[in-house]
Each structure stands twice: as structure tokens, then as C-alpha cells.
Design a protein around this ligand. Sequence first.
Ligand code: UTP
Length: 377
Amino acid sequence: MEREALTRHMEQIDRNMLQLQRDLITKNASEDYSGEIEPFTNYAHSGSAEDRTRGEQLIAEGKVGCLLIAGGQGTRLGYKGTKGTFPISDSGKTLFELCVDRVKAASEKAGRDLPLAVMTSPLNAKEIETFFAQHGNFGLSADQLFFYSQGMLPFLDEKGNLFLETKTKIAEGPDGNGSSLEHFVRSGIAEKWASRGIRYVNYVLIDNPLADPYDAELIGFHDKNSLEVTLKCIVKRDAGEKVGSLITRDGKIEVIEYSELPDDEKRALNSNGSLKHCCANISLFCFSMDFINSIGNGEIVLPLHKAFKATKQLDAQKDVMAWKFEKFIFDVLRYANPERVKALLYPREQCFAPLKNLHGNDSVETVREALRKAGIK
Ligand code: UTP
């Protein structure tokens, strides 16, 4: 029995992907592109009542849906449950409930039940679906709420070998939030939504309770400019803030990690004294359905990123170090028409309070404070 289960798991492993994973660690194949870095300048500042009205109209016409990305493991938070079930507001509401509250408020305003698709992972799908069911889906109708799961990728040891986590299972982890669009398409939900007339999808992360699942202004701005992707960004606080920046390289748009942006670029200023690389990525987006379908049609393989992490191994007394592989959502930008990508810059306190850690930066205390300031109970 054990052997059969293990054989089944072995058969499920994507050999092409496994080769890419091995190349990444053994041949040290670069995760990143090279080429000259240029500032991304195709941005505007939020605050347009006209765009908001336009977005409200589109939402009311049923042309918008929302993806809530919740497949992560929340390792740094160290919470016993999956992150979305963490009670974060002063009144004890969980991250899931806060997001659903906003979907319901937007639905009431729009005069229709707005859809929400929650991306889970094979590790937390059951927990999340049960959590929603136990809470009566927080008042969402069955027709409004969707779940789909991302995939998994095997871990590799230092030499590039697979290894066992249990007698029936190869060690593996969720394949990163970058797989969210591809699995959304594969699940069939994208097609169902498109047939309902949905043209735009707002993309929010579960660990940011200030993320607005139905940001009318973002949608109006996206539609007005006929974009494939709009990034909802914040202005970098200063050159030293450790956030990913939007850049242009070889005519493509990318998010570059803080550690990879050269120091002179980090500090580069415009003539008015503002930072040249000012757009900080916070992983909030509006995507056109056509663009989502182009990413999810099976032809595009997003690059893999690797991290050396502690993980469980069969018969090991304590966790061992191994390579984990993930795709990142911002890599989809490389496949967009650069002329049809813009950023909309928002005040930080309106849209960014990530819950990553129990204490310190981006922690329970900082998020609670941000929620209080935003008047969210
Ligand atoms: P993070 O990269 O911060 O990961 O996720 P995490 O799982 O929340 O926390 P750590 O790194 O283990 O401490 C950013 C967003 O991407 C989602 C998370 O749920 C969160 O909304 N995510 C991350 C996925 O949906 N799938 C993944 O495989 C990874």
C-alpha cells in the first residue's frame, strides 16, 4: 500500500518542471534577467473621482470579479491555522472575514452579488473550505463563492535529489502565488466568469487586510486606459526601504527585489528630488480576463525562484535544509504588452498593511494599528 501511494506521487511529478528545478540549483541557471535597468515611469496617482465612478459602473454591470490569494504557508507568522483564519481586527474578525465584509459591502453598493474566488493550496484547501462552511460562508451566496487550488513542487536536496517527507510522500511545498492565474484558468472558473460577462479581475492577497477586493478606482483606471495589467502600488518611503521596485529592462516590465537594485539606482533622483524608482510593488493588481487567459493557456512557464529552507525529512530527528521552488505573480508582467501596463500609486495607509510576522515589522501589532487608523473594526 505504502509503495503504491509513493509510486502514485512519483507519477504526479512534472518531469519537465523537475529538470528546470535541477538546472536552477546545479547549473546555477540565473533566476534573473540581465540588461540595463530603467525606471518605470508609466504611473499615475490615485484620487480620480471620474475613474471611481467609471469602475463603480463596471462593477454594477457585473464585469468584475475578485481573486483572493490564500495558498501560502504563513511560516513566519507561526500561527497554528492557515493565515486567513487569524483573528486580526480589534473585534476579533479574521483576515477572511474582513475581506468578505468588503465584498459584501461592494455587492450592496453594486446591487448584485459580486464573485470571490479563493485560491488555496493542497495543504490548506480543506481547512479553508471547512472554515468558510462553518461560518455559513460569512453570508456569501453559493453562487458567489469559488475555491480552487494551486499546485505543489517537490523540494530538492543540495545535490538536486528528491527526498521523502513520509513513507508515502515526496517532500514538497506550494508552488508560489505566481501559479495563481494558471490554476484559475485550469480550474474552469475563469471560463465560467468570462461567460457571465466578467472582463476584469481584481487580485488581492489574504495577508493584507487593507487590500480592497473591489477597488472601483483601480478598475475604472484600468478600463479607461485599455490595460492588460494595472499594478496598485505605493510610493517608496525612501531609497533604503526594503521593497520590490517596478523597473523596465530590455523593454519589459519587471519587479526587481530590493537586494538586486544597484545602490546608485536605488538613490537616483528626478529633477524634482523624488526617487526615480518610486513604485513599490505590493502585489495588488487588476488584470484583464484576456490577459489572464493568455497566461493560463499552458504555453507560458513562469520562471522559478529558489530558497534554501528548513523542511521535514523522513527519519530525520529535526528539520533539514533543502531547496524550495516558487513562482512569483509579478513575473507575469514580462508577458504583458509593456504599453498596456500602468501603475496607480495609492497612499500607503489606504492599502498596505501586510501580516507576515508575530512581532516586529509587518506584524500583528502593526496591522492592528493600521486597521484602527483605517477605521476597520
Ligand atoms: P508570502 O510570500 O508572504 O508567503 O505570501 P506566506 O505563505 O504568506 O508567508 P511565509 O513566507 O511562509 O512566512 C504572499 C501572499 O501569497 C500567497 C500567500 O497566501 C499570501 O497571500 N501565497 C504564497 C500563495 O497563495 N501561495 C504560495 O505558494 C505562496
